[in-house]
Design a protein around this ligand. Structure first.
Ligand SMILES: Nc1ncnc2c1ncn2[C@@H]1O[C@H](COP(=O)(O)OP(=O)(O)O)[C@@H](O)[C@H]1O
Ligand SMILES: [Mg+2]
Length: 313
């Protein structure tokens, strides 16, 4: 079972959009996926058209010890969801008088190991809250979701520093990856920023970039993943490409993991050929950038998925 926390101390970077649509793309490839909404704002829950009473919220696990398994429900897109509500925010106060409150989620998930291939946590926009700490402690990898807007590089560097420190404080070896979202191909600033981020984070950055696509916004309003509302959209293609890329990262057992130069504990077992970041060019006139190598093995559940993002390098 792979556990990934989608995090960033900033709001509006695309964490929830990624949580919903990555879950749907993984599920479309036959993976068993559980999405946990860890944010009291419950945007993932609402974005999946789910409106629940407090008694069916993940808050019950955190506040009243209700087993997580009792709160699981089906979400549109073929995966499972544990929804959230505003009441989850009360756990911040309860945690102050609890021993080891950041370990609760990890303990709960022990019973889930053989039920799911992937568990994703949609985190609140904080690095220090006890809900985020639960997610990053239970996660094998923290995926920092970074918007390619102004100050994105500074924001991403700050996020890396903050989260590395928190993960170490929790007694874990940080495994942090970076996903660039809201990418505007036509905007030179956005392109330069992406090159700078690739130069800075190297292999810790995913090859797949999520482009700005209004279909992703519309899908949220529609209450379903974009694969359902607009299956041929850029957003759907990009999240399929991301799912494929993350899936390709998985097979190496952690015992064989070699510490990479950037020290995040993440390796790329099937590293696709990479363009030198300095030579990256997204101009319209150039041929398409190199794409992520497509696995065609019969057992690859992603071989049926359409899509490679044109921005995968
Ligand atoms: N790739 C994208 N293209 C267009 N809009 C996006 C994209 N990613 C996110 N958005 C929109 O940006 C806003 C914030 O995204 P969200 O996923 O809720 O961020 P976060 O969870 O980090 O706060 C939402 O309105 C969402 O629909
Ligand atoms: Mg969110």
């Amino acid at each position: 079972m792979q556990t990934w926390a989608l995090a960033n101390q900033k709001g509006g970077t695309g964490k929830t959009t990624t949580a919903i649509n990555l879950s749907a793309s993984l599920a479309a490839a036959g993976q068993r996926v559980l999405l946990l909404d860890m944010d009291p704002q419950a945007h993932a829950t609402l974005g999946l058209g789910c409106h629940v009473e407090e008694e069916h919220s993940i808050a019950r696990t955190f506040l009243d010890d209700v087993p997580l398994a009792q709160l699981v429900r089906a979400a549109p897109g073929g995966f499972h969801l544990v929804p959230s509500t505003l009441g989850l925010a009360d756990f911040e106060q309860v945690a102050e008088r609890t021993i080891g409150p950041e370990r609760l989620l990890e303990r709960e998930l022990e019973g889930f190991c053989d039920r799911y291939d992937w568990v994703l946590f949609d985190c609140p926009p904080r690095a220090d809250g006890v809900l985020t700490l639960n997610a990053i402690r239970a996660a094998t990898t923290t995926l920092m979701v970074v918007e390619t807007g102004s100050f994105a590089l500074q924001g991403a560097l700050r996020a890396r520093g903050l989260f590395e420190e928190k993960i170490r404080d929790l007694g874990r070896c940080p495994s942090i990856r970076f996903l660039a979202t809201l990418f505007e191909r036509s905007d030179p600033f956005s392109r330069e920023l992406l090159v700078a981020m690739q130069a800075r984070f190297g292999q810790a950055m995913t090859d797949t970039v999520i482009r700005t696509d209004s279909c992703l916004r519309r899908a949220c309003a529609y209450g379903a993943p974009v694969r359902i509302s607009d299956p041929a959209s850029k957003g759907a293609l990009d999240y399929d490409a991301l799912a494929r890329e993350l899936f390709q990262l998985q097979p190496l057992p952690s015992a064989d993991v070699e510490e990479p130069a950037y020290g995040s504990g993440v390796v790329r077992p099937f590293a696709p050929p990479r363009a030198d970041s300095a030579s990256l060019d997204f101009s319209e006139t150039d041929p398409k950038p190199e794409r992520v190598e497509v696995i065609t093995r019969a057992e690859d559940p992603f071989s049926s998925l359409e899509a490679q993002s044109p921005f995968s390098v």
